[in-house]
Ligand binder design. Structure first.
Ligand code: SF4
Length: 466
């Protein structure tokens, strides 16, 4: 997928003015924030479980090569073929080669953010394979020629009326308005795609080293159809998704659906192990697993390694005041919200996403809800530091931060400068006590007035009161 993160600031202005989007995003609160809150308390030892989940992820990441080889050995022994893709181009080429090897003309696909990262659909279309998205949200987006705006609910930015209009246009059937009717129509249109597909493509939420299995959690039955009906199944995922044992998996599964969709468990939890064996009633004749690196291994052993703990639940974006107001498309790439503001610069280049590490109030809500305790605000701060070191922030901002840093290290000069500043701002605020413009802070004052201070610094007020 092409990275458009460079355009973030302009997109923010567009998205904030989009009333339809704002209305759609208001559903995040009831559907995800309140949904999570209602079920997360079912885990009585929540903090201990989060600690255990973080430890499981760290144990894998600290020895990733070992666990991946263990997974490969077990998966291969059950008849799967494991492929290693260093780049997205490698992943696309490998899947196209698998399609050519098995004479694949049509593919049915369930939701996979790694495939979005690769732009896999476009690559397969170029190779002569027709790809049909079968997750309802992804199907809607494929028909609308749009990208997902959320990693769990890809079509959260659209309302029912838009989907009714779209289905009427692309299906050529009488317009339906009820959600159940729309789902039934999509089901009827999609059924032949499952039955006729030569190849099924899925992601994998986790890979289990102990058994060589790939796990997918879904709420629609499409995942099971895609992975069992076609004669070839390709699962594509990131190298960091491996976990050592089924017991480790059970810990992570206590947290994933509750954090993601506010469900104690998803409708379907499918553990896919090997190809169809002799006498098996179902399953693919060929099972390929494509493991994508795309920059992930370069984070191992660095201060950013913690980001690889991510289990893609989406809780950080659901609770982020920035995401809640602009949605996912403004971020410009596959991964939005706080996790995307870190992953996009890390995986696709910090110079391509200069504003994302700053797209946060650092309120800390994301870290509080993250099931694997990723210190997201700290990682954002580290990326900001890296930007300054690399000199890729605007010169004026860098100069202001340097001046601030000097003042912060010289208390007397700090006291004098702040004294002068608050008095000057108080005068500038006039009788209404509002500043319409503030040098160096136009991002704030372009959209709202800044309340002028009372004319005394915090230290002066503190001294007076004590
Ligand atoms: S960073 Fe944490 S909260 Fe965000 S998607 Fe990943 S696991 Fe979920």
């Amino acid at each position: 997928m092409r990275n458009a993160s460079f355009d973030f600031k302009r997109q923010v202005t567009v998205k904030l003015a989009d009333e339809r989007l704002q209305q759609a995003l208001s559903r995040l609160q009831s559907r995800f924030v309140e949904g999570r809150s209602a079920v997360i308390s079912e885990i009585h030892d929540l903090q201990e479980t989060r600690d255990a989940a973080a430890q499981i992820r760290d144990r894998v990441l600290n020895n990733l090569g070992h666990w991946l080889l263990e997974f490969e050995e077990r998966a291969t022994s059950r008849g799967a073929v494991v492929h290693w893709a260093e780049t997205v181009e490698d992943a696309n080429r490998i899947v196209a080669e698998i399609a050519a090897l098995h004479n694949v003309k049509t593919a049915a696909k369930s939701k996979s953010m790694v495939s979005e990262e690769c732009g896999l659909n476009e690559a397969l279309e170029k190779a002569g394979v027709e790809v049909v998205e079968t997750d309802l949200g992804e199907y809607i987006l494929q028909k609308a020629h749009e990208a997902p705006s959320h990693i769990v609910a890809p079509v959260v930015h659209k309302n029912k009326e838009e989907i009714s209009d779209l289905f009427e246009k692309v299906h050529g059937l009488p317009r339906k308005t009820g959600i159940a009717e729309l789902c039934r129509e999509a089901r009827e249109v999609l059924r032949p795609a499952f039955l006729n597909a030569d190849m099924g493509i899925s992601g994998a939420n986790f890979l289990i080293a102990e058994t060589g299995s790939a796990l997918i959690v879904t709420n629609e039955g499409n995942g099971r159809l895609v992975t069992t009906l076609p004669r070839v199944h390709v699962a594509i995922t990131g190298i960091e998704k491996v976990v050592p044992t089924l017991e480790d998996l059970s810990t992570l599964l206590r947290l994933l659906p509750r954090s993601a969709t506010g469900q104690s468990i998803t409708n379907y939890v499918s553990l896919l192990t090997g190809k169809r064996g002799e006498g098996d009633p179902e399953g693919p004749e060929h099972f390929h697993i494509v493991l994508l690196d795309n920059g992930r291994s370069s984070l191992l052993g660095t201060p950013m390694q913690e980001m690889l703990r991510c289990i893609r639940c989406g809780a950080c974006m659901n609770h982020c005041p920035v995401y809640q107001n602009i949605g996912g498309h403004a971020y410009g790439w596959v991964y939005p919200g706080p996790m995307g503001s870190i992953l996009t610069p890390l995986l696709d280049g910090i110079e391509k996403a200069p504003d994302l590490p700053n797209a946060s109030t650092l309120c800390g809500a994301c870290a509080v809800v993250c099931p694997v305790k990723i210190p997201l605000p700290d990682l954002l701060r580290k990326l900001r530091e890296k930007q300054l070191t690399l000199g890729i922030r605007p010169q004026r901002e860098t100069a202001l931060l340097k001046a601030w840093s000097w003042l912060a290290l010289h208390p007397r000069a700090y006291a004098l400068a702040t004294k002068i500043a608050v008095r000057a701002m108080n005068l500038m605020g006039g009788s209404k006590g509002l500043l319409h413009r503030l040098p160096g802070a136009s991002g704030w004052t372009d959209g709202r007035d800044f309340p002028a201070p009372e004319g005394k610094t915090f230290r002066e007020l503190y001294k007076e009161r004590s």
